[in-house]
Ligand binder design. Structure first.
Ligand SMILES: *[C@@H]1O[C@H](CO)[C@@H](O)[C@H](O)[C@H]1NC(C)=O
Ligand SMILES: *[C@@H]1O[C@H](CO)[C@@H](O)[C@H](O)[C@H]1NC(C)=O
Ligand SMILES: *[C@@H]1O[C@H](CO)[C@@H](O)[C@H](O)[C@H]1NC(C)=O
Length: 233
């Protein structure tokens, strides 16, 4: 009898361990999908109520989708376990803080979606933040800026920070009332598509887009918002 209960207790402990493991892994679904004729490994963590970046996913994932969660910050070294990531989707959270070492280790990243968050481009971001991901070709950071207080003041985009991203071919960003794009943007010589979310735009001049490459093929100013949120469009 005693032996049976010990046995049962052991089985019970094993079962609990097994359950915890499955529970943690089941935060996200691991799938294989075809992207540009290539099979990639995707961790789908969309809409799981997460307020942290999961650290227990397979180290060889190529796509991480953490969109529509409750993230408010990206801390240093958040992705160092996922060095094969090509695409990172952080859209639709409430991210307002990016540590300067947030993207460390993401040397293969090609696409970054940070749209629909609360990042303020006028905050002092250090130029080093994008250095690990300077090979990025697609970057979407639209629908982030808070409603401006002063609609007449020039807004100087932090070109020393963005200029690092010289391989970009697609950039989506918020347009401020009186935008000023510094010379750092002229380093984006591969830029083909430039999309502005222009909720607050008041004035453009003949020099506004001067810094951007002559090779630009598509420039859009959109007032349409997919989310009726704080962006007030
Ligand atoms: C994050 O890393 C940077 C260096 O990449 C360092 O300067 C900074 O102090 C770190 N921040 C925190 C909160 O540890
Ligand atoms: C960018 O890509 C080039 C060539 O593909 C590679 O040599 C370089 O190490 C990459 N840079 C970074 C920061 O990953
Ligand atoms: C821009 O327009 C102003 C007048 O509004 C003109 O004096 C200036 O030469 C123009 N600059 C360019 C680069 O076309």
């Amino acid at each position: 009898m005693t032996r049976i209960s010990i046995y049962l207790a052991i089985v019970y402990i094993l079962t609990i361990n097994e359950c915890t493991k499955i529970f943690h892994l089941s935060d996200c679904d691991i799938k294989y999908v075809i992207k540009k004729t290539q099979e990639v490994k995707l961790a789908d963590c969309e809409n799981r109520g997460l307020n942290f970046i999961p650290q227990n996913l397979p180290g060889d994932i190529n796509v991480l989708d953490v969109s529509s969660n409750q993230l408010t910050a990206v801390e240093n070294d958040s992705f160092v376990n996922y060095k094969y990531l090509q695409e990172l989707i952080l859209g639709n959270n409430q991210i307002e803080y990016l540590a300067s070492g947030s993207f460390k280790g993401l040397y293969n990243l090609d696409t970054l979606d940070m749209s629909h968050n609360m990042l303020d481009l006028s905050k002092a971001y250090s130029a080093e933040i994008f250095v690990p991901i300077k090979n990025l070709t697609k970057f979407d950071i639209r629908s982030n800026m808070p409603q401006p207080i002063d609609f007449e003041k020039d807004f100087i985009y932090p070109d020393h920070v963005f200029g690092v991203l010289s391989e970009l071919s697609f950039l989506g960003i918020d347009m401020m009332p009186v935008p000023q794009f510094g010379s750092g943007f002229s380093q984006m010589t591969n830029l083909h598509e430039l999309h502005f979310q222009s909720c607050y735009l008041v004035s453009l001049s003949n020099t506004t887009f001067q810094a951007f490459s002559y090779f630009l093929q598509e420039l859009s100013l959109t007032k349409l918002s997919t989310k009726s949120r704080k962006d007030g469009c």
